[in-house]
Design a protein around this ligand. Structure first.
Ligand code: ATP
Ligand code: DNN
Ligand code: MG
Length: 231
């Protein structure tokens, strides 16, 4: 598969904002691009079936339209750890068949932006995590850092675990999820010094950012990823 896997330092750090923004920014350059949300926990019942808002946002940003079930093959209703929601629903989260489904869903020549769920090592099937899925798909990783107290440790642990699997960390995004984090810029600089991957973009704190505003802040990230990862 050609694309990137978007992980984050935690749940609620801005992975969807970044992933959907990257999809839209790529689409704006004329690229054939789609978003995928392999496993979603937290969904609404609709007449068409369960729908998760991350998957809907990724679909809405795409230039290549895929059926909902291909974008989000596993959609679980309760907003909780996915392996627990899957156990309740009797759903199997095994990596290998899920990776095969995703690969079959993305047409040749289409770039896929794959959003994880929660952080890097969120459990899936027994003994497996979402990191195994990123590895099975063979994708370079983009890490979204939600800038808040505690994120330095989370970001450095995540980067170390990505490297330990031999996956490339294509870059990271500094996301100002808090309006008034103390020493936000110094925390960003600390990570820039200690992570070997490039800082791809910085998203300022904007609670109700429009898609156009998010795209604007990700143009540079898309051209860098395009040159270095998708070339
Ligand atoms: N830069 C920002 N400024 C203000 N609010 C933001 C920013 N980035 C994200 N948010 C808000 O934070 C919340 C969480 O963001 P988002 O849904 O993208 O997180 P996530 O990492 O994808 O979470 P999940 O693990 O559930 O997939 C959303 O309400 C989003 O609008
Ligand atoms: C419900 C939430 N928004 C995400 N979909 C799932 C987050 C799982 C986190 C699991 C954990 O690391 O404890
Ligand atoms: Mg999300």
């Amino acid at each position: 598969m050609r694309g990137i896997f978007v992980t984050g330092t935690d749940t609620d750090v801005g992975k969807t904002r970044v992933a959907a923004g990257l999809v839209a920014a790529w689409a704006a350059t004329g690229e054939a691009v789609c978003g995928l949300k392999p496993v979603a926990a937290g969904a609404e019942a609709t007449p068409a079936g369960l729908r998760n808002e991350d998957a809907e946002a990724l679909r809405a940003a795409a230039s290549v339209e895929l059926p909902y079930e291909q974008v989000n093959p596993v959609c679980l209703e309760p907003p909780m750890a996915p392996h627990l929601a899957a156990a309740e629903a009797g759903v199997d989260l095994a990596t290998a068949p899920l990776a095969r489904r995703l690969e079959a869903a993305v047409p040749e020549g289409v770039t896929a932006v794959v959003e994880g769920a929660g952080g890097w090592l969120v459990p899936t099937a027994p003994g497996e995590t979402l990191a195994d899925l990123a590895e099975a798909l063979g994708l370079p990783v983009v890490m979204v850092v939600g800038l808040r107290l505690g994120c330095l440790n989370h970001a450095l642990l995540t980067a170390e675990s990505i490297a330990a699997r031999g996956l490339p960390l294509a870059g990271w995004v500094a996301n100002h999820i808090e309006p008034d984090m103390t020493a936000a810029a110094a925390n960003r600089d600390t990570l820039a010094e200690r992570l070997s991957a490039p800082l791809l973009a910085e998203l300022t704190h904007v609670p109700d950012a429009t898609p156009a505003e998010v795209v604007e802040s990700l143009h540079g990230a898309v051209s860098r990823l395009g040159r270095e990862v998708l070339a």
